[in-house]
Each structure stands twice: as structure tokens, then as C-alpha cells.
Design a protein around this ligand. Structure first.
Ligand code: CUO
Length: 660
């Protein structure tokens, strides 16, 4: 509600230069006026290591030194006795610790401390909007906020297509790469699945390595469909580290913290050996190649080396999870000394390719930060390569047999969609939305600053699935829905093995099936992949509480989830041909015994469920995670599966977002 609070912070918590201001400085999570809350005066822990990062520097989880400093700070936040002590140490840290690192570490701690579950972490886009938006917006926002009183402000408009002209073909999918919701999802995902922390339990979540593989595999599948809709070929993997990266990227994002521009990468840049003492990074390109070769060797031999030299087999059930942890890598990698840090260091090499030895005193580019990496075309080239390496393992597995694919007694006679665009037509268009930038803008007066931007949107629809049950009794099934392109760059039908890798998961849910005919109707809005628009951007009507307040909101773990407005690819004006696939598998073989009390279980496909196991016993991406003998999707079908040809029709109009 309107209950505003000011935190009374012990005087000696303020750095010297702020002492005079101490009476007027409100806590970052507090509001402007009202109730006064004393902050507990505690014996402060040793913060020397995290304070080594300059307050104005950029912070990257991919940089090993930053990772160690963050690990220490998370550890400090995790071990504070209670919420009041946590708040106390936070108020001390706020004016001393690099704000990006502070925000990240506090978010991880709030997510993982038992006594802060359900507390609100301010939505990242609003905490650091400079990572998601064009800096011009902020200059305008400052002007607006200085002249107009709160509550009566004109929104500032973020232009469409501001990072390149149409001479750059990659610009055709900029609306995907630079989508604020997609970048927020990616940042949240890495927040929920950190790869480093002093407390191993924070990292070691159920099937986290497999989810790293799967979530990023799905990003590539979605991006590829988006590219095909726009007349671009599937993304070319970045596999030769000695060759120039053809694509350039000029981010045009300013950091408010560093007050300097994010460095660009020119077209034709080649990654080079890194020697940046300031970041304690020294690594040669050949090291990436060694790690890559060792990863491939593990797959080839279907076994990996433990630190003690013992060889352990990669099995069918857990192999992909081990490889995910090895590849990313995380502290639960089976042998970090040997398999190294391929994926993370790939980000680091690319993000420093403009200044590998720090001679120009430049910081990392957008690839160095999980909040901004997806803007850069090279992100997808890198992850397409990573995905290829994972697929090497999947090709080692034997195809699923009937025992895994069939559901005896269950026949799916049809899948279709119904909606405003007409039967079996999916409809997309541009939508104009407004988000609140109030948080993270450290100018006065504080309050609402609205930014208006354009993003892809679609008309919601229902899935309709006809299922015949001849099992003689009621059974439970898991409905799995995917969407894929039907033809390649040249308009030729896709072979099964190409198409399976382009399969985009749209939904997964359980359904009870009575004997006889059943019609399952399911809303696209309830997708297990996406979170509602309101959660991506946070409901405008509910103002956040401060850390430590009892005001519960779930924008943290719950912030992880593909943004619903990007559920479908853009399509084409003529109608882009796609095929929808639906399968009903036997829930008794899929289910995981656990209670799902609580919330944030509505985007489980890409994000898992907080404090629970991944809620599906099958391999992620089942049944398309493995190759099959089938030549075409039609060949692959079993009685419990159905397909339907459809079209995604894009209308090039911009509609203001309607209140729903
Ligand atoms: Cu999400 Cu490379 O892992 O950015």
C-alpha cells in the first residue's frame, strides 16, 4: 500500500564523503518519506574482497575474479543470522560495493535464504534499465522527471531498430535479440542457476547442467525459426576460434554506473590471447581449444576423467547433466581443472576481443554480461556451437524405442488451434507497451518514469486435442506440444533430424483421460514455457516493497520464464508454414513424486521449479532430444502423437497494449 519507510542507518556505515548526506539518504529499497525504520548496528563482516571491485566498474559473472568476489559476498549475505542483520549489512554495502555486483549477490541470497523466500527483488529492468534500453531514453527521462510532477508524466518512447540500419541483414531479427523481456529472462535464468557460490547447494540444483543445455538449445531453436521467417539462414556456429567473427555489434547502451558506453565489436574481429592483469585474466585461445578437445573426447569415449584419474562412464540418464556442468562450467563440474571453463570463457574472449590486453583501458562488451549478451548476433553463433557439442552426445544414444514413445490404449486423433485468427492460423503483430523505469534512476524527484517501446505480440489461442482412450480405465497423460518450421532455407522439406533440432517447445501439461473420446482444450496463455507479460515487466499497479518487509511478491525466481509476448515467431505476411506436434505420454512414467505447493511453477519447462525437482522424469526436450531412424516427422509418428500444418501470419501494424 502507501506505507512508505525511511531506513535510519547507523552513522558510521556511511563512507566519509556521504556523512553529511546521511540524514537524507533513503535506503535503495525504501521510498521517499514516511515511517522510520532503524537499521540494526552490527559487527560488520570482512568485506575487503568484494570491495576490491571498483564502484564504477562493470561486473561480469563470466570473469573469474569477479566471480570469486561475488562468491564471497553471496556467502556473507547467506550467513547473516536473520533478515535484520542482512538488511544491516546491505545498508553498509550499498554505498561501497559495486552496484551491479551488489544487486546480483543480494538477489541470489534472497532467492536462497529460507527466511527471505517470497521477498521481492526489484525487477532488474527497473533497477538497471541502462542494460536494457537506449540511453537516449534516460536523458529524456531525466528531463521529464525534472519538469513534470509525479503521477502526471508523459511516457518516453524507445525507438524501434536503433542499433543498425537495414543494410545490416542481422538487423531483421534485432526485435528478438534486443527484446527487453527475452534479456530479462536470460538474466533471471542465470540468477536462478548460478555457476559459482561458496555454498554448493545454491549451485547444485536438480538437473541444472541439463537445463543449461536445454534452455539454451531452445533459444537457438527459437532464434532459427525467427531467422527463417525473416529470410535469413539458420545461425552459423562459431567453431573456428582463429577465424574472424563476421558480424559486428554496436550496442548503444550506456552504463549509468560506469557513465561510459558499452564497447562495440567491429565486423571481422578475431579473438586473441587475453592478458588483462586488472581483471586477473590470462588465457590463450589455445586453452579454449584444449577444453573443447577434452569435452569432445569425453563424448567420444562416453566417459569422463575424475580429478583422481578414475574414468567414469557417461550414462544415458545423467550424462547430459554432467556434460552441462562440465561445459558451462560450474563448480559442480566433475573436473574443472581438466575440462576447464569452455562456455564461460568463450563469452569472456569474445567480450574482450576489442581490447584483449587492456591497452585501451576498455571494459568488456555485451557478451560479458548475462543481462545484455543476447543482444549480440555472436551470442547465437557461440551457443549454436555449444549446442552442437551437446548434440554429439545425443547422437551417441540409441533412438527411443516404442517402449519409450508409445502409450498403449491412447490415440491422439488430432491437434488444432482455435482463436481469433481463424482455425489453425496463428497471428502476430507489433504491440506498443509502457513500462515504469522509476527504479534504478538515481535522479530526483523519484517516482514514475514511463518508457514506451514496441515488441512482437500474438493473438492468444486455444489448443484443441482429440484423444481416444481404449485402455479400459481413466488414465493420466502428459501433453507435449512443439512447433517447428516445415521447410529449409531453399523451401525444401526438412528431414527429421534437422526438424527435431528446430522443435520449439510451446507447452507441457497433464490431462486426465476418461475411457472413450476426450477433447482437451488448453489456453496458450497457460504455457509452461512462458510467464505472463505482467510478470516479465512487473505489474504496474503493485509497487515493490523493500527487502526485509513482509510485503510478499514473487518477481524473483518467478521472473524466470520466456516472455509470453515472444511465445511465437514473427511469421510472414503471407503466412509462414509451421507444423504443430502434440504427443500424450504416460504420466505414470513421467511424473516426479513431490508436492508442488507454492508458486512459480508455471514456467517450469525452461526454468524448473523453485526448491523442487524438475517436474518431468523424461529427458528435457523429449521426444526430440535424440535422433531417430525416421526420415521425416510423419515417419516418426506413433498413435499417441499428431501433427497439423499451420501458418503464422504477421500483420505489420502496431497496436497499443490493451489492459487485460
Ligand atoms: Cu546463458 Cu552463454 O549462457 O549465456
Amino acid at each position: 500500500g502507501e506505507d512508505k519507510a525511511v531506513f535510519e542507518i547507523p552513522d558510521h556505515y556511511y563512507p566519509e564523503k556521504y556523512k553529511r548526506l546521511s540524514n537524507t539518504l533513503a535506503n535503495r529499497f525504501g521510498d521517499d518519506a514516511g515511517r522510520s525504520i532503524p537499521v540494526r548496528n552490527i559487527a560488520l563482516p570482512n568485506l575487503a574482497l568484494p570491495m576490491e571491485l571498483d564502484y564504477n566498474a562493470q561486473f561480469s559473472l563470466f570473469v573469474p575474479k569477479h566471480r570469486r568476489m561475488a562468491g564471497k559476498l553471496i556467502d556473507i549475505f547467506m550467513t547473516m543470522r536473520d533478515v535484520e542483520d542482512l538488511q544491516s549489512v546491505c545498508s553498509f554495502c550499498q554505498l561501497r560495493i559495486n552496484p551491479y555486483m551488489f544487486n546480483y549477490c543480494l538477489s541470489v541470497a534472497i532467492l536462497h535464504r529460507p527466511d527471505t523466500k517470497g521477498l521481492n527483488i526489484p525487477t532488474f529492468a527497473e533497477t538497471f534499465p541502462d542494460k536494457f534500453m537506449d540511453p537516449k531514453v534516460f536523458r529524456k527521462a531525466r528531463e521529464v522527471s525534472n519538469v513534470v510532477t509525479s503521477g502526471n508524466r508523459m511516457p518516453v518512447t524507445i525507438p524501434v531498430n536503433y542499433t543498425a540500419s537495414t543494410s545490416e541483414p542481422e538487423q531483421r531479427v534485432a526485435y528478438f535479440r534486443e527484446d527487453i523481456g527475452i534479456n530479462l529472462h536470460h538474466w533471471h535464468w542465470h540468477l536462478v542457476y548460478p555457476f559459482d557460490a561458496a555454498d554448493r547447494a545454491i549451485v547444485n540444483k536438480d538437473r541444472r547442467g541439463e537445463l543449461f543445455y536445454y534452455m539454451h538449445q531452445q533459444i537457438i531453436a527459437r532464434y532459427n525459426m525467427e531467422r527463417l521467417c525473416n529470410g535469413l539462414g539458420r545461425v552459423r556456429r562459431y567453431q573456428n576460434f582463429r577465424e574472424p567473427i563476421e558480424e559486428g555489434y554496436f550496442p548503444k547502451l550506456d552504463s549509468q554506473v560506469a557513465s561510459r558506453a558499452w564497447p562495440p565489436r567491429f565486423a571481422g574481429t578475431t579473438i586473441r590471447d587475453l592478458d588483462r592483469p586488472v581483471d586477473q585474466i590470462r588465457s590463450d585461445v589455445s586453452e579454449l581449444e584444449t577444453w573443447r578437445d577434452r569435452f569432445v573426447q569425453a563424448v567420444e569415449t562416453m566417459s569422463f576423467a575424475m580429478p583422481n584419474g578414475r574414468q567414469v562412464p557417461l550414462d544415458e540418464e545423467r550424462g547430459i547433466d554432467v556434460l552441462g556442468n562440465m561445459m558451462e562450467s560450474s563448480i559442480v563440474s566433475p573436473n574443472r581443472a581438466y575440462y576447464g571453463d569452455l562456455h564461460n570463457m568463450g563469452h569472456v574472449f569474445i567480450s574482450y576481443s576489442h581490447d584483449p590486453d587492456h591497452r585501451h583501458l576498455e571494459q568488456f562488451g555485451v557478451m560479458g554480461d548475462s543481462a545484455t549478451a543476447m543482444r549480440d548476433p555472436v551470442f547465437y553463433r557461440w551457443h549454436a556451437y555449444i549446442d552442437d557439442l551437446f548434440q554429439l552426445y545425443k547422437y551417441k544414444l540409441s533412438p527411443y524405442g516404442d517402449d519409450k514413445l508409445d502409450f498403449p490404449g491412447i490415440r491422439v486423433s488430432s491437434v488444432s488451434v482455435e482463436g481469433p485468427a481463424g482455425p489453425n492460423t496463428l497471428s502476430t503483430f507489433w504491440e506498443l507497451s509502457t513500462v515504469d523505469l522509476a527504479r534504478g534512476l538515481d535522479f530526483t524527484p523519484r517516482g514514475s518514469v514511463l518508457a514506451r517501446f514496441t515488441h512482437l505480440q500474438h493473438q492468444d489461442f486455444n489448443y484443441v486435442i482429440e484423444v481416444n482412450n481404449t485402455a479400459g480405465q481413466s488414465v493420466m497423460g502428459t501433453v507435449r506440444i512443439f512447433l517447428a518450421p516445415t521447410v529449409n532455407e531453399d523451401g525444401e522439406p526438412l528431414a527429421f533430424d534437422e526438424q527435431r533440432r528446430l522443435m520449439v517447445e510451446l507447452d507441457k501439461f497433464t490431462a486426465g483421460l476418461r475411457p472413450g473420446n476426450n477433447t482437451i482444450r488448453h489456453r496458450s496463455l497457460d504455457s509452461s514455457v512462458t510467464i505472463p507479460y505482467e510478470r516479465t515487466f512487473r505489474d504496474q499497479s503493485s509497487r515493490p516493497g523493500q527487502a526485509g518487509s513482509a510485503e510478499a511478491a514473487e518477481f524473483d525466481f518467478c521472473g524466470c520464464g520466456w516472455p509470453h509476448h515472444m511465445l511465437l515467431a514473427k511469421g510472414t505476411p503471407e503466412g509462414y508454414p509451421v507444423v504443430m506436434f502434440a504427443m500424450v505420454s504416460n504420466w505414470n512414467e513421467d511424473r516426479v513424486e513431490q508436492d508442488l505447493v507454492g508458486s512459480c511453477n508455471d514456467a517450469a519447462s525452461y526454468c524448473g521449479i523453485r526448491d523442487r525437482k524438475y517436474p518431468d522424469r523424461r529427458a528435457m526436450g523429449f521426444p526430440f532430444d535424440r535422433p531417430a531412424a525416421a526420415a521425416s516427422l510423419q515417419d516418426f509418428l506413433r498413435p499417441n502423437m499428431a501433427v497439423r500444418d499451420m501458418a503464422i501470419r504477421f500483420t505489420d501494424t502496431t497496436r497499443p497494449r490493451a489492459r487485460r
